[in-house]
Ligand binder design. Structure first.
Ligand code: PRX
Length: 666
């Protein structure tokens, strides 16, 4: 299918760089790297420190369960902390943290940790996990923390002793937490008394208590004191983090475990088309290798850089590009706790100015959020320090690209949109300012990075020509690809490797232009991206039908100017139940409490029928088309055409358009 959207395929922008390369030249180098991808990745892996070398670069004896650098031994915490603490970087700042509260004179709290400090803290926390909580290799802990320094410290401490951690985004609600704790079989949970967000307090421990009521494996809870500590503690189960840590000797040292390359480092849950969130299990050796490559090629990280990734560590972007990637490279990174617009819309611009950020990684939603407030709040600050930036999480619209490039980047910076996923571990399609930079185009993702054989296929698996939309796939294995779905290897095979045998199926639509640039267009499945956060419509529907008045629900994503997409629901009530605004409110609070505020429904429409196939599957595609006002397309498998009118009428009525039209007609 040819693409009709007006994407600026021909608009080329040359950044100030001495590494500009013609896309054709790049393709030649890229072809070489792909042809011999094992050797290629082996060369990259050799650049990081291993306790023992691998016996085999890639063990592909049981596809798609690949083992990179099989037989090799290393430790992720050692790579991020010890190496630097034992070098000239000992007194270099590793993390600059800034709390959200703000007074006239500036931020109320900041914290700087050198690599030496980090080494001390990580060792003490590892000592606590090992000797107080008796945790070791293969045990799982859950972490539900806001953006405070304890979060990366605990992740690194766990990695040090081979404890697998699962970080749960601090915006998630109780059911989402329980599901993750139970599926991962977490023994210990670390949370906080609360968190700051946009000047308000989020009662994290209260939410966790609710989640723990249905948790089956958690024995102990540690609580970080971020606020005033006025919360309920459950005797025998809950302890204050600082109190337990105070008992650990100041100079406690724990030797890093020598982990096998294929040993899991962490599990991170992400939403898919159907079913519950899937625990992606990331390995150690392959994961650290892709991060090493991309920190250098994509972020062109240099020893003197101040680097800021504005994501939340609760998502994969934070795992890879706030914690493990930059720390492994010995970079100085920024961690900001709170809202981008607190106390005013210039908070982020002020952070860039105050710390002199050189490399910035953010999301299209954040950029559109800035745009909305106009140029003035950016111009109030000096953002000249930025040399390079990338966005991630959703397609960046060309207008947002042009605005940021012009207003924040003064038309000088390199700016790209890095495509990757929780499953891929690291960035796979991107501009490569640190290696070979092809000219930029507003909104493109650029070219696949070295060693990555990406393609765009039609439904029959045929490679698409330039300008034709298709499904994005990766045709060879790469280091960093998830090992499996926790507790469900069959699902891993089915979701990612069955649609196009031998290829990794990403679930995204994409198109290539004549220069070979990839443009990712959005999800081709029932996943929606709300402000870049990945949500499964199925999860939202499951939460909605928990309401005693609801019989059935269908959720679809609709376009939103700032957040990219937001969910709306079409709901069938049980017999005898009446639609009302208070019911709408109840259903939305159910979603907020169980899944989290990010999943809030923008609109709720009550209907008596939903468009379904003859095999009773809800045709969300049809609903999406109605709501977005685009042609409905093929409906030959539809069971009851009248349901389309029902959905249309509900939509129009709620929008007030129906009454308006009626008024005009009469
Ligand atoms: O649809 C693509 C979109 O985000 C999805 C992956 O979501 P998640 O696992 O939460 O990881 C997000 C951060 C790595 C993809 O399938 N996506 C991610 N980056 C981009 C993107 N879409 C367009 N452009 C991007 N740069």
């Amino acid at each position: 299918m040819a693409v009709n959207w007006s994407l600026p395929f021909e608009e080329v922008i040359y950044p100030e760089s001495d590494r500009i390369i013609d896309p054709k030249e790049y393709s030649k180098l890229h072809d070489l790297s792909v042809k011999n991808y094992r050797k290629f990745w082996e060369g990259i892996a050799k650049e990081i420190d291993w306790y023992e070398p691998w016996k085999k670069v890639l063990d592909d004896s049981n596809p798609p369960f690949y083992k990179w650098f099989a037989g090799g031994k290393l430790n992720a915490c050692y790579l991020c902390v010890d190496r630097h603490a034992n070098s000239w970087r000992k007194n270099k700042v590793a993390l600059i943290w800034e709390g959200e509260p703000y007074a006239d004179g500036g931020p109320v709290e900041t914290r700087k940790l050198t690599f030496g400090d980090l080494y001390g803290e990580v060792n003490r926390v590892a000592y606590m996990l090992k000797n107080v909580y008796k945790l070791g290799r293969g045990d799982v802990i859950g972490i539900y923390l806001p953006m405070v320094t304890e979060l990366p410290i605990i992740m690194l401490a766990a990695a040090r002793i081979g404890v697998v951690f699962t970080v749960i985004f601090s915006g998630f609600g109780a059911d989402a937490i329980t599901e993750r704790l139970n599926d991962s079989r977490a023994k210990l949970v670390i949370t906080a008394d609360g968190a700051w967000r946009a000047g308000k307090i989020i009662p994290l421990k209260g939410i966790m208590d609710k989640a723990l009521a249905k948790a089956t494996t958690v024995r102990d809870v540690l609580v970080v004191k971020r606020l005033d500590g006025k919360i309920g503690m459950t005797r025998k189960r809950d302890s204050w983090y600082h109190e337990i840590l105070a008992k650990v000797p100041a100079n406690a040292r724990i030797e890093p475990e020598r982990m096998r390359s294929e040993d899991p480092l962490y599990i991170l849950y992400t939403s898919g088309t159907t079913g519950k969130p899937k625990g992606q299990v990331h390995d150690t050796g392959g994961y650290m290798t892709i991060l090493h490559a991309t920190m250098n090629w994509v972020f062109d990280i240099r020893p003197e850089d101040t680097y800021w990734c504005s994501a939340d560590i609760g998502w994969v972007t934070g795992h890879s590009y706030i914690v493990f990637g930059p720390l492994m490279e010995g970079a100085t990174g920024i961690m900001y706790e709170g809202s981008p617009i607190f106390p005013g819309p210039d908070r982020w611009a002020s952070i860039i100015e105050r710390y002199g950020v050189n490399v910035f990684y953010t999301s299209p939603t954040a950029i559109r959020g800035w745009m909305k407030f106009g140029d003035e709040h950016v111009k109030k600050h000096n953002t000249d320090s930025i040399r390079l930036m990338h966005s991630v999480g959703e397609p960046i619209n060309p207008e947002a690209f042009r605005w940021f490039h012009g207003v924040v980047g003064k038309n000088k910076i390199t700016f790209g949109s890095t495509w990757w996923m929780t499953e891929t571990g690291g960035i796979l399609i991107s501009h490569l300012p640190g290696k070979a930079l092809v000219p930029m185009k507003p909104g493109t993702n650029g070219l696949p990075i070295m060693g990555i054989d990406a393609d765009i296929l039609d439904e029959d698996g045929k490679s698409q020509k330039a300008g034709e939309r298709g499904f994005l796939v990766i045709k060879n294995p790469w280091p960093g690809l998830s090992l499996t779905i926790h507790n469900n290897p069959e699902r891993f095979k089915e979701v990612y490797f069955s649609k196009f045998p031998g290829c990794y199926y990403a679930g995204d639509y994409a198109v290539r232009d004549k220069d070979g640039y990839f443009w990712i267009l959005g999800r081709s499945d029932e996943v929606i991206k709300v402000a870049g956060h990945r949500l499964g419509t199925y999860e939202l529907e499951s939460a909605i039908v928990q309401h005693s008045c609801v019989s059935e629900a269908a959720v679809v994503g609709v376009a939103d100017e700032v957040k990219g997409e937001v969910p709306v629901a079409f709901i069938i009530l049980k017999v005898g139940k009446k639609p009302s605004d208070s019911l709408r409110k109840e259903i939305n609070s159910l979603i907020r409490e169980n899944i989290g505020p990010i999943a809030s429904l923008k609109d709720i429409y009550f209907v008596t029928r939903l468009p379904k196939t003859r095999s009773a599957k809800i045709m969300r595609r049809v609903i999406r088309a109605v709501v977005s006002g685009v042609p409905i397309g093929d409906i030959t498998s539809l069971e009851d055409e009248a349901s389309i009118n029902e959905v249309k009428a509900a939509y129009l009525e709620f929008r007030g358009e129906l009454s308006l039209k009626t008024a005009q007609q009469s």
